[in-house]
Design a protein around this ligand. Structure first.
Ligand code: BES
Ligand code: MN
Ligand code: MN
Length: 457
């Protein structure tokens, strides 16, 4: 432990400078105008893996952005850890709400502000630095493989094929991912599940062209009004999702599981104050952590139609649209839910308008085991570096590849994230606390040590 701390202390500044370099690449996978930057980021990651001591580093081409691979096989008889992360980031918009530019990392109050600071550059880069540390201090106890992709934020569409075509190369005993959050640094936690996702776009069309709202208004249905009504009908008075069959496959938690989740430290007033809301909202009968981690939800991610420019325009729009996503829990299937949504939405469409539903990406929910050697190793590592046992929690976000890894490779995942929910992921002023960054670099080698020791027993 002391030699880990010493190494970090000696190389602190350089480890931060390198993270800054990584954060300066605007690797936005959603917007084609950033394509050269995304590709340059992959090259940078490959170089840093090599520099840290990885062998067989390769920028693996896919039908989309490449996957960066690298490995260190110390002894084929030892266990192997596959580290997954993503070097792409979400678009930085709305730019005007950033206090400092999203791709010019800036430290304020001990936190680095930049797009990707926490999700996921700051987090996966901890693994690269922890690997360097283990190589330099001669304490890498087992084999390690890195797989850092560039399309996570757009649904990892090409990763399934990559995994299928590289089953041998990706063979491992466990997958280790830092792309989730802890409750707080005072209450370290380990996520033991992720929600799935079903994402769609709906388009409501009324008249065949935009109309003068005075000339035609009152005689023709306004697609924006109809869309608003349709969307409002998707939740009932208990804020449950009103799509027939939606909850059919949901596995209810046992009383003991619910109790464990509700034992996690949570302050209702702090939660509300942080978000600037007077009251919380959600499915009746469930607590906040249950709602975000264990229950399925439906959200409107965007809604538009008609005139949204400066000033006023009296128009009855021809079309109105919305992007809608549903978070899924075990044992729901994104395919089934997408179909249930589509059928329902078409069924409730009134005759005044036409509706088109277009599915986007999806992903399956997962729960990760808490009785595995790898989970115990993560528990021990965190207990050692934080001085406190981690609390198991269920994460509300989605990492679709986790279910795919399990299905294709038969390998389970440990979600050892060091972010915070308040790190503004996907939002302006994303940040990552330097304390968390260095704490992660300190904890990861301990995971390897415990994982290798427990595997040998
Ligand atoms: N790292 C997040 C997922 C996450 C965040 C999990 C916080 C747990 C806690 C990941 O990069 C992400 O944003 N995933 C997307 C899904 C993807 C298909 C666009 C998400 O959850 O919306
Ligand atoms: Mn992420
Ligand atoms: Mn993300």
């Amino acid at each position: 432990m002391q030699n880990i701390k010493n190494y970090i202390e000696q190389h602190k500044q350089r480890m931060l400078d390198e993270l800054f370099e990584l954060l300066r690449f605007p690797s936005v996978s959603a917007d084609p105008k950033y394509k050269p930057d995304v590709l340059n980021t992959a090259a940078f990651v490959a170089k840093k893996l090599s520099d840290a001591g990885a062998d067989n580093v390769e920028i693996c081409q896919t039908a989309g952005y490449p996957v960066v691979y690298g490995e260190k096989i110390v002894d084929p008889a030892r266990p192997t850890v596959l580290v997954y992360g993503h070097y792409d980031v979400q678009p930085p918009d709305p730019l005007e709400l950033w206090h400092t530019p999203p791709f010019e990392p800036t430290v304020r109050n001990g936190k680095v502000f930049a797009r990707g600071a926490c999700d996921d550059k700051g987090q996966f880069y901890m693994h690269v630095k922890a690997f360097e540390l283990m190589m330099q201090t001669d304490q890498l106890p087992c084999n390690i493989k890195f797989m850092i992709e560039g399309e996570e934020e757009v649904g990892s569409d090409n990763l399934g094929t990559f995994v299928k075509q590289n089953k041998d190369r990706l063979k491992a005993d466990v997958i280790l991912i830092s792309d989730t959050a802890m409750i707080s640094m005072e209450h370290p936690s380990l996520e033991t599940g992720l929600r799935g996702l079903s994402y769609l776009e709906v388009e409501v069309t009324g008249p065949n062209r935009d109309l003068h709202s005075g000339v035609y208004g009152g005689a023709v249905a306004n697609p924006a009004t109809i869309l608003a009504k349709l969307i409002a009908s998707l939740h009932d008075d208990n804020n449950r999702i009103a799509i027939p069959g939606f909850y059919d496959d949901v596995i209810d938690l046992t009383d003991a599981e619910r109790k464990a989740i509700n034992n996690a430290p949570y302050d209702n007033n702090e939660y509300k104050a942080d978000l600037g809301v007077d009251e919380l909202w959600g499915e009746a009968g469930y607590s906040t952590f249950e709602r975000t981690g264990t229950r399925p939800t439906l959200e409107v991610n965007g809604i538009w139609g008609g005139y949204i420019g400066e000033g006023a325009k009296t128009v009855l729009p021809s079309k109105a649209s919305a992007k809608i996503s549903m978070r899924l829990v075990p044992n729901q299937s994104s395919e089934v839910i997408t179909k249930l949504f589509t059928d329902h939405f078409l069924k409730i469409t009134p005759p005044f308008v036409k509706v088109k539903v277009t599915p986007h990406h999806g992903g399956e929910p997962v729960v990760t085991p808490t009785n595995s050697i790898a989970y115990q190793a993560a528990q021990k590592a965190i207990a050692e570096s934080f001085g406190k046992e981690p609390i198991p929690t269920r994460g509300g976000g989605s990492i679709p590849i986790v279910a795919l890894f399990e299905a294709e490779l038969g390998i389970k995942t440990v979600l050892m994230g060091f972010g915070l929910d308040s790190d503004n992921l996907h939002s302006p002023n994303e940040k990552y606390d330097l304390f968390n960054y260095y704490k992660g670099i300190e904890t990861i080698p301990l995971f390897y040590k415990h994982f290798t020791e427990l595997s040998a027993k």
